[in-house]
Design a binder for this molecule. Structure first.
Ligand code: THG
Length: 367
């Protein structure tokens, strides 16, 4: 197979040295930065994540920082989620939409203070859209990408490992909240969040220089916990229904099609640039929506192009992420399915690269 050539344009991270010493076997590119995808094997990594604790280099979740008197106003322009009740110390999963109501990103918004926010972005160039709005509307706000690199600590033993490095106070952090913790004289935001359903934390590492110090501190403290380097796991995130921007949805989809309607308060999100468009589409309701789909047969190959979903000889959707699940003994997948066929239990066929497979639309994700 051809290799992807490295250069300055493909950014390394403050933790790349540790990731490579840990024997990373595969990378993807995310926000023009390296993101590990495999250490031992996707299956071995999956079993370890569900039993132990892993340290994830998710530096590629870059921050778009908003700083200044108009920061909160700009943040509300970006999303149909009503942010008026959000307090400093909270994180919100927020759909970001354009003027047509199309999804531009699905980041975690972090409210540091009234006039300072981080947008922890998925894989799209959100910085350019945000700078464009700030300048076009002549807002009093600075928009840039700070030297902040999230480090994930995920898995059932995450609390124990984090308490050893940051103290027992980390155990008190509630889901999607953060607090400040000192490491080597630096104050770091530590949130209870992360791209897995196994529980854990994200440390927003401010200053690349301390990256490897923190990486090493976590591995030293967790030797007896069998702490390993890990990464977002394809199987686990499909089982849990965690969406991947660019794979499971694009700017052609509304938040409602993505099942993110619960994170929209479009009527009260005054100022959101996609508000009028979303009010129109939300009134009709979506005609296609993200669904979990179980695909029959043995392990499917990786889904690198959408797989058409058929019923009665007609295309009724597409699968965009799929993997064999050892724990559920089926192929788990995420697809976009038309309203006529999205009810739980609906039988469909999926055209995979190695042939047609029977499949069943599920009522809920596996975890
Ligand atoms: N953490 C941080 N930044 C990120 C991600 C992250 N940026 C990129 C990417 N992940 C953004 N996408 C997601 C997708 C899902 C979730 C978070 C970010 C998520 N969802 C939970 C769920 O669906 O169960 C909870 C959402 C909620 O209830 O608020 O966590 O992972 N920093």
């Amino acid at each position: 197979m051809p290799q992807i050539s490295l250069s300055r344009r493909l950014r390394r991270t403050p933790f790349s040295e540790g990731v490579e010493a840990a024997g990373v076997k595969g990378y993807t590119v995310y926000n023009r930065m390296l993101l590990p995808t495999v250490f031992e094997s996707v299956e071995a990594d999956y079993h370890h994540l569900k039993k132990n604790v892993q340290v994830w280099d998710v530096s590629c979740e870059r921050q778009v920082e908003l700083r200044g008197p108009d920061a909160a106003r700009l943040m509300q322009m970006l999303t149909p989620r009503d942010l008026r009740g959000m307090l400093p110390g909270q994180c919100f999963y927020v759909p970001i939409v354009d003027e047509t109501g199309g999804m531009l990103n699905d980041p975690v918004a972090v409210k540091l203070s009234e006039d300072r926010w981080w947008i922890s972005i998925a894989d799209s160039d959100l910085l350019l859209w945000v700078k464009g709005l700030a300048n076009g509307y002549r807002l009093d706000v600075l928009v840039d990408e700070p030297d902040v690199s999230p480090l994930g600590v995920q898995g059932p033993k995450a609390d124990e490992l984090m308490a050893r490095v940051f103290g027992d106070r980390v155990r008190d952090i509630r889901f999607f909240k953060f607090d400040m913790f000192e490491f080597e004289g630096r104050d770091l935001a530590v949130a209870r969040s992360g791209y897995s359903k196994q529980g854990g934390f994200e440390i927003y590492v401010e200053g690349s220089d301390i990256g490897m110090h923190l990486w090493n501190a976590l591995f030293s403290a967790g030797e007896d916990l069998d702490v390993r380097a890990g990464c977002p796991n394809l199987i686990e995130r499909i089982e849990g229904g965690l969406l991947s921007y660019g794979n499971d949805m694009t700017d052609d989809n509304t938040p409602h099609e993505c099942g993110l309607g619960k994170f929209c308060n479009t009527h009260t999100a005054i100022g959101c640039v996609g508000r009028d468009a979303l009010l129109r589409v939300a009134k009709e309701g979506p005609v296609q929506q993200i669904r979990p789909i179980a695909i029959d047969g043995d392990a499917v190959p990786p889904c690198v192009q959408p797989w058409p979903v058929f019923a009665g000889g007609k295309q009724v959707g597409q699968v965009t992420s799929a993997a064999w699940s050892p724990d559920f003994s089926t192929n788990v997948s995420i697809g976009m399915v038309k309203l006529s066929h999205w009810d739980a239990g609906t039988k469909v066929e999926v055209e995979t690269p190695d042939g047609m497979r029977g499949a069943t639309v599920q009522g809920q994700f596996w975890i």
